[in-house]
Design a protein around this ligand. Structure first.
Ligand code: TEU
Length: 587
């Protein structure tokens, strides 16, 4: 129970983070790919929105097989995005507006074009051989033959997780694409090289890191150097999770990183870990400040509820009760220790308004309802570029529109396995491909939405004519303006920042309701996840002093005693000032 919070609370408990996917944000040189000078052009927009931190997805030198999540030089900028000077200019401009800059730290793997890997694969006795995971083929099998891989693990981008290297006669591990070999964190030289790189970036003035699949860095390696096969759940390969996720030394490595990298700068920076396959218990270990690891983590539980047994491309409808149970578990589990990172969207997830909302008739209502429910939870909200405009999924209808390596490898493997028709594959892509989040930001209704004067690397969503920043900045009732209100609330209201969370109506199939309370003040938050009128019985009538803090319908809500009637996709937040137990009005 939080009583005297303010003094002790870290800065990021009242902050909102904005994620930029530079490739799709703003192009400044007409090559159809967004860049750093493009972001510089939009700093005023970010300041107007009111965000406190900008998280930049990777801009480092990279062959771009996974759009930058395959880094060939950690201490240089890819010419596609600009130069180190451009990044310094952008950092300075954002700092001038009081906006911090968080870089993406991708150190579970490098690019196969990184100098470290080039040396490592050059010879079995290379001094950097042990910087990666090299293993001989499975005993008694022809190296390179299917099934001869050192373990039966599947890659997260389809196919086996091991690549055979003819030249040295061994396999290297890649949990993602073969162009992204995994680093061997068991090797202290690898860790020290990464810590040095991180200090270099902090010295350049950046304010923290979003750490890519950081809970994958410790593999479950046995004393004899072997690695365990995984259970074969669906498809031809074993699930690598048990041998690679939340491994035996992950917390040791993160605590060492704290000591080696941050020292006195710790409280000034933001450290958020991307941690697929992490439970609340793991989340507590990672974000308990006394353990000196991370500030918060991205769980995947709430964005996996509409996945069938065959994984992300196997769709099933969301049951709102599952969503409430999952997010509720993280709220209560990290209530007193630890902290939540709150997100619906990012560059790997389909757009939430198309996924859990209604991107047709009720696009504005469902987008603002989803934003209200998320932003008023206890934790740090993340806004992904375009989410503040209620941009929708791409609704591509042909294979040639897709660019994402994960999606293209899924298509190839599905066709190889022959268990899905092209229409079924296209339908899965339309629903969950990462490209849905990667169409260019829609700045205005002009050609290419004001993103580029050239040919965009991926198609601009045709609905940019009606869904764009220019229109919404000028429209008081827009989704953009609603996000500004939510962000101002996060900045000004201690109940929103630190209030205790209590889930309400957990079994209601269409309404997401909860309360936040601090020092006697209570905030009731309700969201209707359906396109129909719904009633919520709070079980206690609100006092006369209750006031509407924010709502996504212009006309006032209908509140009769304890019964609140919600219109399609309606959201409400009502403050109950210092209520007494007996439910009467304040003495
Ligand atoms: O994502 C890790 C990750 O788990 C996702 O790949 C996820 O499995 C999948 O995309 C869900 O659809 C991180 C980055 O966010 C992602 O962009 C990279 O592709 C990946 O790591 C490898 O660096």
């Amino acid at each position: 129970m939080n009583t005297e919070p303010h003094a002790a609370a870290p800065w990021w408990t009242s902050a909102v983070v904005y994620q930029i996917y530079p490739r799709s944000f703003q192009d400044s040189d007409g090559d159809g790919i967004g860049d750093l000078r493009g972001i510089l052009q939009r700093v005023d927009y970010l300041a107007e929105l009111g965000v406190d931190v900008v998280w930049l997805s990777p801009v480092y030198r990279s062959p771009q097989h996974d759009n930058g999540y395959d880094i060939s030089d950690y201490q240089d900028i890819d010419p596609l995005f600009g130069t180190l000077d451009d990044l310094d200019l952008l950092t300075a401009a954002l700092h001038e507006h009081g906006i911090k800059v968080v870089m993406d730290l991708v150190v579970n793997h490098t690019s196969h074009e990184h100098q470290w890997f080039a040396e490592s694969r050059s010879a079995k006795d290379s001094p950097r051989r042990d910087w990666y995971w090299w293993r001989p083929g499975r005993g008694g099998m022809e190296p390179g033959a299917p099934g001869a891989e050192p373990t039966n693990w599947g890659s997260l981008f389809s196919g086996p997780a091991w690549e055979y290297d003819e030249a040295t006669g061994e396999y290297y591990l890649h949990l993602f694409s073969r162009e992204q070999p995994d680093l061997n964190w068991e090797n202290p030289a690898v860790r020290q090289a990464i810590y040095g790189m991180m200090r270099w970036w902090l010295d350049r003035g950046i304010d923290g890191f979003r750490m890519d699949v950081i809970n994958f860095i410790s593999k479950d390696v046995r004393a004899d150097g072997s690695l365990p096969d995984g259970p074969v759940v669906s498809g031809p390969y074993g699930d690598p999770a048990q041998g690679t996720i939340n491994g035996p030394r992950v917390h040791e490595f993160l605590q060492e990183m704290q000591r080696e990298v941050f020292g006195g700068r710790r409280d000034a920076v933001l450290l958020v870990g991307e941690t697929p396959g992490t439970t609340v218990e793991d989340g507590l270990l990672f974000s308990d400040r006394r353990r000196g690891e991370l500030d918060m983590v991205f769980t995947f539980e709430h964005v996996s509820l509409d996945q069938g047994p065959a994984g992300k491309f196997d769709r099933k409808p969301l049951d709102l009760r599952d969503l409430k149970a999952t997010l509720g578990r993280w709220q209560t589990g990290l209530a007193d220790v630890g902290w939540n990172a709150l997100y619906w969207d990012n560059h790997d997830q389909p757009r939430i308004v198309s996924r859990y909302g209604d991107d047709g008739r009720y696009r504005v209502e469902s987008a603002t309802m989803l934003a209200t429910v998320l932003h008023l939870h206890r934790g740090t909200p993340y806004v992904y570029q375009g989410e503040e405009l209620a941009m929708t999924n791409a609704h591509f209808t042909s294979f040639d529109a897709y660019r994402d390596i994960e999606s293209l490898r899924f298509v190839a493997q599905s066709r190889e396995l022959g268990h899905l028709t092209d229409d079924q594959i296209l339908a899965s892509l339309a629903a969950v491909s990462r490209d849905n989040a990667r169409t260019p930001v829609q700045w205005d209704s002009s050609a290419n939405a004001g993103f580029t004067t050239g040919k965009p690397w991926i198609a601009v969503n045709l609905n940019h004519a009606t869904i764009n920043a220019q229109g919404q900045r000028a429209d008081r009732g827009s989704v953009f303006q609603y996000y500004r209100q939510l962000i101002m609330l996060r900045h000004s209201d201690p109940v929103v920042q630190l209030g205790d969370f209590t889930m309400l109506l957990p079994e209601h199939p269409h309404i997401y309701a909860f309360s936040r309370s601090l020092n006697g003040t209570k905030l009731f938050v309700l969201g209707n996840f359906s396109g129909h009128d719904q009633k919520a019985d709070l079980g206690q009538s609100l006092s006369d002093g209750a006031e509407l803090v924010i709502g996504n319908y212009r006309a006032p809500a209908s509140i009769v005693g304890a019964i609140i009637s919600l219109r399609p996709w309606e959201a409400l937040a009502i403050r109950e000032p210092g209520r007494t137990r007996s439910g009467g009005t304040r003495p």
